[in-house]
Structures are given as C-alpha cells and as structure tokens.
Design a protein around this ligand. Structure first.
Ligand code: ADP
Ligand code: MG
Length: 669
C-alpha cells in the first residue's frame, strides 16, 4: 500500500448494516439497530483486575436506554453529557439491572452532521482487514478522509464504450460506494466494477501478448489435413472416438490448416483419451512431411506414450523414436541422428527433448503432455526447436476457466468433457488408521480376484529423500509382514530410469500385484487391471492432485476404488477438504473447490508465472466477469490495435500503475 489509489482499491472484507434507525421506545431485545440519542449522564467505574466500565444513560424523544463499554475509559472525555450520538449495536437484556442495554456498541458523535456523512455507525459500515498495526477502524477513517479529499481527482481508466456496454458505474462512484455505500446492492455493484476493471486491464495485456504471438508467426503456411490417412488411423483403434474427441480433433484440424500457428490448450479429465488425439495430430504432421514431438513429464509416461503411439503410428508408416535420459551413448547417438536427419517423424521424450544439442530437421508440431508439470519456459524451449511449430499443450488437471483464461490466456482452449463409454465410476472412501487392517483385507481380496493395487506415498516437504524412505519402509513391511503371499513392488523417483521401467513393465504385465510408489505414478500411467488406489496421508495432497492419482484406476471394465488414508493428527479441515473427493468424480468441480480453498498460487504450483495478484477480483468466483472483461479487452485491440487513441492510452497507463510489481509479466510498451 503506497498511494491513495491503493487505499481506494483496498476494498472492505465485509459490511455491517447499521442503516436501520429505530426509536428508543420500540427497541426489542435482539434487534441489531441504530438509535440517534443524547447522552443524559455517564459514569466510569473501575472493576477488580483493572477492567473499566463506562456506562451511559441515553435518550431520544421516545424514551431512554443504557449502554456500556468495557475497557474504553477515554469515552469519558469524548461522550459528554448532552452530546448527540449515533449508536449502533445489538440490544441485550441485562438480568441484573433488569433492563435493556447496548454492550460495546459502535457509535459516532453526530454534532450537526447529516446522516450520510457518518463513518462508523448508523449506516452500512465497511469492515476492513487490519494492515500491520493499523486497525480496521483507523483504516475506515483514512479511507473516508481520502475519499473526501481526492475522489474528484480520480480519472476514468475504462473506455467510454466499455462503461456503457456493461452499464458500469464510473470509477469515482465505484470507489465511493464500495467503501461507503448507500445500500449493500450498490456496494456489490461497485465491487463488481472494480473487479471487472482489474480483469479488463489484465486481459488487455493477454490480448496484446496473443496478438504479438500471432503476428510474429503469421506467414507460416498451414498444411492440408489428410482425411484418408486419418481414416486409416481411426480404423486401427479398438474403439470409436467419443464425440468430444472428434470435436477436439476438428478444432486442431482447423488450426493446422489455417494460416497462423496453432497455440492450443487441450484440457481433459484423467482418462478422457487425450493421447489418441495427440497421436492423430502427430500423424498428420508426419504425413505432411513435418516432424512431431511429444514431451512427457516423467520417464514412465514417456515410455508408455512411446509404446502406445509407436504401436499405432508405425503401422501407418511413421518412424517413431523415444528419447529419454540415461540412454546408452550409441543408442542415444542413433536417436539424435534420426531426429536431426528427419528420419524420425515422431519423437517421444521427456524434458531430455529440450536439451541443447538436440536439433530437429523440420519440426512442425510440438505437444506438451501434462502441461501443469512443466513451466512456461520449458514449453517455449521445445517450441524453439522448430521454426514456429504448431503447439498443443495437454493437461488433465482441469483448470477452472478463470485460471485458464489468465494463465493460458494467449492459448485457444479445447475441452474433452466426456469420458469413453463403459467406465464404472470409482468408489471413493476416506479412512484413517483405525481401519487399516480392514483396508489391507480388502486389498487382499481384490488381488485374489485377479486385480492390482496402487499404494501411493506423498511428497514430504520438499525432500524426496524422506518420501523415498517412507515408501521403501512401507514396501518392506507390506512385503514381509502384511502380504507375504503377494508380489509387492516398489517404484520411486530416485530409481534409475531402467529400474523404474522394469518395475512398471512387471506391474503392467501383472507380475506385480501391489505397487508401492511415490508420486511418480501421478500422471498418465495406464494400467486397466488396477482397481484400487490407496493414497497414504491424503491430507498432504491438493485436491486436484488426489483426483489425478485416483484417475490411475477405473480405466478398465472392473469396478474400482480409491481409498484416501488420513494420517494421525490431520485436522478436521483437512478431512473436510478430502471429503470433497468422496463426494464427486467431476474433475472440474474438484478443481474449482481446490482453487477456492488454496488460492491460485498454490493451486497452480510454483512453476506457473504470469498471474498477477488481484486486489479486488477473485479468480475463484468471478468467472462470468472475467469472460466479459476478456471479450472487451480483445475488442479494444480490434478497435485500436496500436493502443494509441486517447482512451487506449488511459488504459495503458492504468495497467502500468495497477500491475507494477505484482507478479504479472507486464510489457505493454
Ligand atoms: P488421458 O486423457 O488421461 O491421457 P489416455 O489417453 O491415457 O487418457 O486414455 C485413457 C484410456 O482410454 C486408454 O486406455 C485409451 O486407450 C482409452 N481410450 C481413449 N479413447 C477412448 C475411446 N474413445 N473409447 C474407449 N477407450 C478410449
Ligand atoms: Mg495422458
């Protein structure tokens, strides 16, 4: 908080409605009201222990009432006999004195003031969060003084057509009403206008970024989508695409054929079938003579993509290679050579793909899987391996719309909002230590029925060492003591890629029945025979992540279960939070809840950049507002692409003032 403007944007966290004024003779116990009264007499007394009580007798034309304040001895000097005051509070009944009283009411000296000039009582009173030592009450006074002095100097940053189109109150009025509103409704409208403005200004930045992206890349020629090749691919699949998959593929087709480059975010809940969409796009690039690369966040996932994608695309004649860390040097050299010569049409890899020294021949399509695991920087690095390739980023962490428009605001968004048919919904249960034995019995019976089980350990603090230790210990115990007759495997992040790969192969072939793991299994792994996901210390995970983990089961036709184990000492809040997962299987609902509970920063993890801290707007709830603001911001760029008109200049100035140093990547110059 540095400027008067900052103070104006410091909106109340709540309001107390003290606008109802009553005559004293009509007061009833329990009323929360305001009275306008004169001080008849008063008395300050000291109790044992130093407590003070200031008691005043008050009256209006209709009757008398008492009020008492604890520990505010200075009231003796401010509330003189005969002074007129406005007093707001709840009417209580004092059993001792057998009379009605106000206890610690808010009040304000009335003097000759008009009711509209009141600050602390007798109106809709704004409540502010304290800032450091500064109490909410003092902030209220500062805001009032600042408004009285400077409100007239406030300039309107929004273009007139926007204000008109959205019927927004002027900024001046919004400042006045958000703090000292004549009604709660007006206050709401004022807050809405301020939130809208924040979104609008930020979306102008997003629109600019996006425009630059397109401009830089215009002129890259699209290529034609080869229908018959696409048909061939479809014919190889053991299933029909869902309508959502078909729709998304046609959105990608339009991007690929169109003039600029594709910059698309593909969102789809776990198991919605994003991989085959990626494969279809990569095949088109290959057929057109380009290379396509897909980057996955873990070795396991890259291996799995390689297996799936190459079994499909090599039948169609595309050469598919896998690049991962820890390859033998001859093997690696061979793969690199095939990538740089263009012999490899489709390249699957981990972030090994973005290392220096890896050159593509003609990279036309870049796909980033599980985008939330990568940063913006890695996405850009992969893109740089080609000359403005098409980019498709895929994520299974459903991102609430407000966030995707903010963080990925420069991308077009496609959504797969439908799961393949025949999936039985996963049954989710929240359990604690007291049921551990029953849980183990259940796992045993599932294994006896021929199914498989995941048991996942959380990341403990920032160190995966402890995590590995916990998982290793658990593995030992389960193997030796609990399930001596069952094959129990272990996989964690510290194992060499080959070791990890070998364990995953044994699990997917059914040799291992129970797989103990750290969070390395979180993304992507597809084992249709696994029917139970046990998550230890579920309270340590975010909801979206738990949902992600749960998505590892329920992929086949068997009934599947997710058991969320709550650790000892988990708070009631944590339990309640975890319960959300038992209540719904809808990834978007979960993501919205997670966002509300944890805020955007935590929700997205430290790797995401470019989200400003909004002062008024709330990414978790103001969705509709954001969508409108975005539409208008894009319209502004259509009307005045150079942002040179006087109205646009006001917008640019406001952006610079409002977002400076707030974590946004602002560059409007
Ligand atoms: P995700 O979107 O989580 O990456 P995957 O692409 O791994 O999902 O797909 C999950 C599973 O669903 C895979 O076994 C895949 O073969 C299968 N699948 C994908 N699309 C369909 C479909 N249309 N019908 C039936 N099964 C499908
Ligand atoms: Mg996937």
């Amino acid at each position: 908080m540095e400027t008067i403007e900052d103070l104006f944007y410091y909106v109340p966290r709540a309001y107390t409605d003290w606008s109802e004024v009553s005559d004293v003779d009509r007061l009833r116990v329990g009323d929360r009201v305001t009275v306008i009264v004169k001080v008849l007499s008063s008395e300050l007394s000291r109790r044992r222990g130093g407590r003070t009580v200031f008691m005043a007798a008050l009256e209006d034309d209709t009757g008398a009432i008492f009020a008492r304040w604890y520990n505010q001895p200075y009231l003796k000097t401010s509330l003189k006999n005969g002074s007129r005051i406005v007093l707001s509070g709840e009417v209580r009944f004092d059993r001792h004195a057998r009379r009605k009283e106000f206890i610690n009411p808010a009040f304000e000296l009335m003097g000759e003031k008009d009711v509209t000039e009141l600050v602390h009582a007798g109106r809709i009173v704004p409540e502010y969060s304290q800032i450091g030592d500064l109490s909410g009450k003092r902030i209220r006074r500062f805001v009032k003084t600042a408004l009285d002095r400077y409100l007239d100097e406030v300039a309107e940053p929004l273009p007139a057509w926007v204000v008109k189109k959205r019927s927004l109150p002027a900024l001046k009025d919004a400042f006045r009403d958000v703090h000292f509103a004549p009604s709660l409704e007006t206050a709401g409208r004022a807050r809405m206008r301020l939130a809208y403005e924040e979104f609008f200004l930020f979306q102008v930045v997003v629109a600019l970024r996006r425009k630059r992206l397109k401009a830089r890349e215009a002129g890259i020629k699209g290529y034609t989508w080869n229908r018959s090749e696409h048909e061939k691919l479809l014919a190889l699949l053991p299933f029909d695409l869902t309508d959502a998959q078909k729709r998304v593929i046609s959105e990608i087709r339009v991007d690929i054929e169109g003039p600029g480059t594709m910059n698309r975010l593909l969102q789809g809940d776990v198991g919605s079938g994003k991989t085959v969409v990626a494969a279809a796009a990569m095949h088109q690039a290959a057929v057109a003579g380009f290379q396509a690369a897909i980057m996955a966040p873990t070795e396991i996932l890259a291996e799995q993509h390689y297996a799936n994608i190459s079994s499909l695309l090599s039948v169609l004649g595309d050469r598919v290679v896998l690049l991962r860390g820890g390859m033998r040097s001859e093997e690696r050299a061979e793969v690199l050579e095939s990538i740089s010569s263009g012999a490899a049409a489709v390249v699957v890899g981990t972030h090994a793909l973005i290392q220096e020294g890896i050159g593509f021949h003609r990279l036309g399509l870049v796909i980033v899987d599980e985008q939330h695991r990568f940063g913006v920087v890695q996405r850009a690095a992969l893109k740089k391996k080609g000359r403005s390739p098409d980019v498709l980023v895929m994520t299974a962490t459903p991102i609430p719309r407000t966030l995707s428009l903010t963080v990925y605001g420069d991308l077009d968004v496609s959504v797969i909002d439908e799961l393949p048919p025949g999936r039985t919904p996963i049954t989710t249960a929240v359990r604690d230590e007291s049921s551990r034995k029953r849980v183990y019995d259940f796992l045993r019976s599932e294994v006896e029925d021929g199914h498989q089980v995941f048991i996942v350990y959380p990341l403990v603090e920032e160190s995966d060492k402890i995590e590995v230790a916990a998982a290793t210990k658990m593995h030992e115990e389960l193997k030796e003591k609990v399930f001596p007759e069952i094959s129990v495997g272990l996989v964690h992040g510290r194992m060499k890629p080959e070791e990890k790969g070998a364990v995953m192969v044994s699990f997917s072939s059914g040799e291992i029945s129970i797989l103990v793991s750290t969070t390395v299994v979180e993304v992507g792994v597809d084992i249709p025979n696994a029917t139970v996901m046990v998550i230890e210390h579920a309270e340590r995970f975010g909801l979206a992540q738990l949902h992600q983990l749960r998505g590892r089961v329920g992929r086949g036709e068997h009934r599947s279960y997710c058991i969320l184990m709550i650790g000892r000492g988990a708070s009631d809040d944590a339990r309640e939070r975890i319960q959300v997962l038992a209540d719904t299987n809808d990834g978007f609902v979960i993501a919205e809840r997670d966002l509300k509970l944890r805020g955007p920063g935590e929700f997205l993890g430290v790797r995401q950049h470019g989200i400003p801290r909004f002062a008024v707007a709330d990414l978790a709830t103001d969705t509709r507002l954001l969508v409108r603001a975005r539409e208008d911001a894009f319209e502004l760029l259509e009307r005045d692409g150079a942002l040179e008109g006087p109205e646009s200049r006001a917008v640019v100035e406001a952006i610079e003032r409002r977002f400076k140093g707030r974590g946004a990547l602002i560059d409007v110059g």
